[in-house]
Design a protein around this ligand. Sequence first.
Ligand code: ADP
Length: 285
Amino acid sequence: LQADFSLIKRSTGFVTGLVCVLHDVTEQQKIDRDRRQFVSNVSHELRTPLTSLRSYEEALSDGAMDDPKLSKQFLHVIQEETERMIRMISSLLSLSRLDQGTAKISVELVNFNELFSYILDRFDMMIQKDQEKQLADSGVQPKRYQIKRLLTHRDLWVEIDPDKITQAIDNILNNALKYSPDGGTITCRLVYTQNNVILSIADQGLGIPRKDLKRIFDRFYRVDKARSRKQGGTGLGLSIAKEVVEAQGGHIWVNSTENRGSTFYILLPYNPAETGGEWDDETAE
Ligand code: ADP
C-alpha cells in the first residue's frame, strides 16, 4: 500500500485535520513485474536459437561445408531453427495484438460441428501426407496415431470468430500429436448443453505433472523446455489458445494424469435458438 498524507489547515494556519489516501499499488507492481519478466523471457527465447544458428554457421564456415553429409544435416538444423523463430515472432505479434485489444475479432454465426469436422479432416490429411513424406525421406516408419471423432450430429450454431477459434483448436491438436505415443489415439469430442458447446481433445501421451498444470497456459511455460524445443515448440501455443477463447467469452482448461494422457477442453457460449438460416421457419414467407 502507498499512503499519501495532506493536512487540512485554516487560513490562520491552524491544522484542523489530516487526510490520508491509501493507494493499492500491488496490482500495478505485479503488471510491471510481469512485463519485465516477459521482456526477459522473449530475449532469452530468441537468443537461444540465434546462438545455435551462429554455431552451426561457424562450423560450416570452418570446414563442415566440404562434407556433403554434415553440411546437409547442419543446413537442416539452421532451417528448422529459423522456422521456429519465425513461428515464435508471429505468435508474439498475435499475443501483442490480443493484449492491446487491436486483434480484430470478426464474429459470425458458424456451424461449430461443421467447423470442427473440417479442422479434423485437415489434420487427417496432414498426418497422412507427413507420414508419407517422412517415410520417403528417411525410410523409417514414423510415429503413428489415429484421430477418433465423437461428435454430435446436430448443427450447433455458435457466434465466434472462426479463424481465431481454428487457431486455438490447431494449437491443441498439434500438441496432442506432438505429445502422443506411437500408436496413440486422439479422441475428439463435441457435446452441447443448454448454454454451451464443449469441445475436448484427449491424448494418451505423457500427461502433465500436477504441479505444472496451473502454469501451462502461461507464456513460454513448458514442462520440459528441451523436449518442447526439439519438437519445434515455442511455449506460446496454449497462451494464444487461452487468449482467443477468453476474448470470445469462452473458457479453456485441462485435465491430465501423468503417464496416462491429457484432455484439453474449450467451452463456448451457445444459444440453441440460433438456426443459422437467414429466416426462422415461422417468419419465412
Ligand atoms: P509448446 O510449443 O512447448 O508445445 P504450448 O504453449 O503449446 O507450447 O504448451 C506448453 C507446454 O504444455 C508444453 O511445452 C508441454 O510441456 C505442455 N503440454 C501441452 N500440451 C500437452 C499435451 N497434450 N501433453 C503433454 N504436455 C502438453
